[in-house]
Ligand binder design. Structure first.
Ligand code: C2O
Length: 535
């Protein structure tokens, strides 16, 4: 195993897209930021130096950080932010995982521009469980905002209004030639006829689930969230913010130029889309004057496609990569996802939109929860997050009032080390028309079941896949439906869980677990690094 060292300078840079120049926060002046390359088993050290006038904190999304929450990164959950003029070195081992993950700022809405891919190669000499591709490329899907992202957040958070939408989607930071002034902001991937390529696709968008397709070419999904899957062929993929998907694509068509396109999946909304981003799959030797072929993408409200696609995702479950789904559950959790309206004296309308789990809107603390836990600082959080809603109701069919009320609190749930947990996330679908991509820090989990309507504890568990369910770190809870996940709580620490739609996170759709092994945090969690940012 090696040590891989990176220096990340947080700097503001002027970038222009769609004829709009604006200063954005970047890593090393790049948008998207640099890719981190490592091998399974390596130690990775990323020294982050903050030269911008914003506090910063970076999360290594999907890295399990065993007993090492100090390197996880969410601001005020595992650390206080890196202040202007300061540095912090994230230092972690990549153990027992390989594949595509990503990193992003985990404070305010700065991940809009502060993000990049992580590529973890298998250990030396260990092949992929699929034919070795001729080449590989990362495709980081994102969004471009003419507005200052801070202003967008403020609109959503302080004023109590829905946030401004982005102005374009992007592929590797580029919207593609269908947007004004964007001819030169077009990503092109050159391929050789007859060869197969591995595309590592990351959804770094703030608020959109995305469809991705390549004109004329099927893709074979081989990995999701850095876990190998049973290969399956599809003409489009669905990827939620936070998720990663690896596909193989064979350059087996007439040499030409083919658009690779990205557009949002918005469930129930009217199929409008003016943000489709395009990149180009370019066969070697084909001149740029050839017009690219346009792919067929699902309609933005094509829930049927989305449901079928997700149902096709299965863990590989081979001898080398076996699946260990917990078959017995020690702790059953049932969380309702609510979006509602709460009083807000300082807001424009006197109300603001809020979001809640079990009718609790999470309040961010002033110091890191992991520090509070480790150093036993009292009064920062309570350990009384309820395992189920106060009272059952008709979650997906109830009158609005059933879910509008929420109480504010920094309330966490304590989970016994090494116990097995089943968590059912139940959407209540009142104001929301979207799926909610839930991300758990510090763990992968198995997606054992999902469905529309209300979860039925008497019937639905019989439909679970306990053999080869997809293993992920981020899962979409369907609009008006539920998703059941299972995991073994074998990683002590304080671990954030939240909706990866930034607007919902801001409204409070988040909470955290404290996983404790009974010997106290000093025994079960690594010693904090010396340069941990002070609060
Ligand atoms: Cu990718 Cu807590 O986030």
């Amino acid at each position: 195993a090696d040590v891989k060292s990176y220096q990340f300078d947080i700097v503001v840079k002027n970038v222009s897209r769609l004829c709009h120049p604006k200063p954005i926060v970047t890593v090393n002046g790049r948008f998207p930021g640099p890719t981190i390359y490592a091998r399974e088993g390596d130690r990775v050290i990323i020294n982050v130096t903050n030269y911008a006038q914003f506090n910063m904190s970076i999360h290594w999304h999907g890295m399990k950080q065993f007993r090492n929450g100090w390197a996880d990164g969410p601001a005020y959950i595992t650390q206080c932010p890196i202040q202007t003029g300061s540095s912090y070195a994230y230092d972690f081992n990549v153990t027992g995982q390989r594949g595509t993950l990503w990193w992003h700022a985990h404070i305010l809405w700065l991940r809009a521009t502060v993000h990049g891919a992580i590529v973890v190669m298998p250990k030396q000499g260990v092949p992929y469980p699929f034919p070795q591709p001729h080449g590989e490329a990362e495709l980081v899907l994102g969004e471009w905002w003419h507005h200052d992202v801070e202003a967008v957040e403020k609109q959503g958070n302080m004023l109590g209004l829905p946030p401004n939408m982005s102005d374009a989607h992007t592929i590797n930071g580029k919207p593609g030639p269908l947007f004004p002034c964007s001819e030169k902001h077009t990503y092109a991937l050159e391929v050789e006829s007859g060869k197969t390529y591995l595309l590592r696709i990351v959804n770094a968008a703030l608020n959109d689930e995305l469809f991705f397709a390549i004109a004329g070419h099927n893709m074979t999904v081989v990995e999701i969230d850095a876990v190998y899957t049973k290969p399956f062929a599809t003409d489009a993929i669905l990827i939620a913010p936070g998720q990663t998907t690896n596909v193989l694509v064979k350059a087996d068509r007439l040499p030409g130029r083919y658009f690779m396109s990205v557009k949002p999946f918005n469930d129930a909304t009217i199929p409008v889309d003016n943000k489709t981003a395009t990149a180009i799959l370019q066969y070697k030797g084909v001149p740029n004057s050839v017009l690219p072929t346009v792919p067929q993408l699902p309609q933005t409200n094509d829930t049927k496609f989305a449901t079928n696609f997700l149902a096709n995702l299965r863990s590989l479950n081979s001898q080398e990569y076996p699946v260990n789904v917990p078959l017995n559950v020690d702790r059953h959790l049932f969380y309702t996802i609510g979006l509602g309206v709460n009083p807000c004296p300082t807001c424009l309308n006197g109300t603001r939109l809020t979001a809640s789990l079990n009718n609790i809107t999470f309040v961010m603390p002033q110091i890191g929860l992991l520090q509070a836990h480790y150093f036993d600082i009292k009064g920062v959080f309570r350990l009384d997050f309820p395992d189920k809603p106060l009272a059952a109701f008709n979650y997906t069919g109830a009158p609005l009032t059933a879910n509008l009320g929420t109480s504010l609190g920094t309330r966490l749930s304590k989970i016994a080390f090494n116990s097995t947990v089943e968590l059912v996330l139940q959407d209540t679908n009142l104001l929301s028309v979207e799926s909610h991509p839930f991300h758990l820090h510090g763990y992968n989990f198995f997606v054992v079941g999902t469905g529309f309507g209300n979860f039925d504890p008497a019937k639905d568990p019989a439909t679970y896949n306990l053999v080869d369910p997809p293993e992920r770190n981020t899962v979409g809870v369907p609009a008006g439906g539920w998703t059941a996940i299972r995991f073994r709580a074998n990683n002590p620490g304080v671990w954030f869980m939240h909706c990866h739609l930034e607007v919902h996170t801001t409204w409070g759709l988040k909470m955290a677990f404290v996983v404790e092994d009974g010997n106290g945090p000093e025994e079960s969690i690594l010693t904090p690094p010396k340069n941990l940012p002070p609060c």
